[in-house]
Design a protein around this ligand. Sequence first.
Ligand SMILES: Cc1ncc(COP(=O)(O)O)c(C=O)c1O
Length: 378
Amino acid sequence: MPDIPDHLIRLKGGFKAFLSPPPEGVVRLTVGEPGFDTPKNISDAASAALASGDTHYTRGEGREELCTAWASHLRSRWKIPVEDEGIIITPGAKQALLYAFMVAVREKDEVVLLAPCWPTHAEQVELVGGKPVFVHCEAPSFHPSIDMIRGAITEKTSAIVINSPNNPTGAVYTPEEMISIVQLAIEHDLWIISDEIYTELIWNDTEYVAPASVLGGFERTLTVTGPSKTHAMTGWRVGVFAAPTPIAKVVGRLQGNTCSHIPSFLMPAAELAAKDWSSVEKFREEYIRRRELMLSMLEQIPSLSASEPEGAFYVMVDVRQTGMDATTFAKRAMEEALVQVIPLDSLPGGEGYIRLSYAADDDVIREGIQRLQSWLVQ
Ligand SMILES: Cc1ncc(COP(=O)(O)O)c(C=O)c1O
């Protein structure tokens, strides 16, 4: 067999190794997706489009009415001054992120990541030939230090990635932090890649300030969002790339030359998701309850110390007091307590921590934490 490029051999699978369905009887506290079904009106819109024969090639960026719907949402909800032509509808937010890194990173450029970060961000930086530079965010808040970000910027830096609310830490950056990061980006003429997939899932009273809404931020921010987490649409593969129009035109050509567009018959559903946020409120209430349930149960286990997540649906749990590192903890939790968790040892800044997801149903959360407790508190 002929060789393949080294950078593809090096490409890792993110959390994939820990997300594979475990043997029967194991409780999964790993999965980063809503335990709800997609709202019926949205599914119905796709079924109707499919039934009516909406199965042909169409506008690569997404149909005009679909892009307009997402642009209007981003303008009104998050004050991002994006034009309708500045929107590209992508196969999942992940693909939108890849386009963002392709735009913002040249070979050997450095990209600042606030660690611990979602592994895909770092993998995609490497995939486009860039070098991830990790700036550690200290526990328990996992908020970034602006001075540390400044200290990490060199003449090779081309971009800073912001993901707030953050996966895996749950940190929601304050308006002041967001504005300071935008100012740093302006000072050093950097791109900001803002992964906003969890912005509807904030549990404290922090006002979310989108970097693209800050004065001077829009022209240098590539915003990525989508309905996967908010509308329980993870399997649909719909994402949104939002940028100044000249950049979106480039990304439109990138998409046109690769996947062409998302499936035509999903477009009416993706448009409806941009207009109908009614189910999100219901999901939010559920998450707030489940978060409380998980945190109160974790409190009963003295050797585990959980950070209070401010957003998204993950809890960082420090396991070092058990005497185990996170990888050993995860392996033994699976074998001895029949609970699947994600160890973060391999993520810069995640050493000694596991990530638990409270997107799961109440029963799953109860059973999973109960098993950890019986295992650890002998
Ligand atoms: C931070 C972050 N960004 C993006 C995504 C991917 O979103 P999508 O499923 O729309 O590709 C995820 C999914 O886990 C995520 O956690």
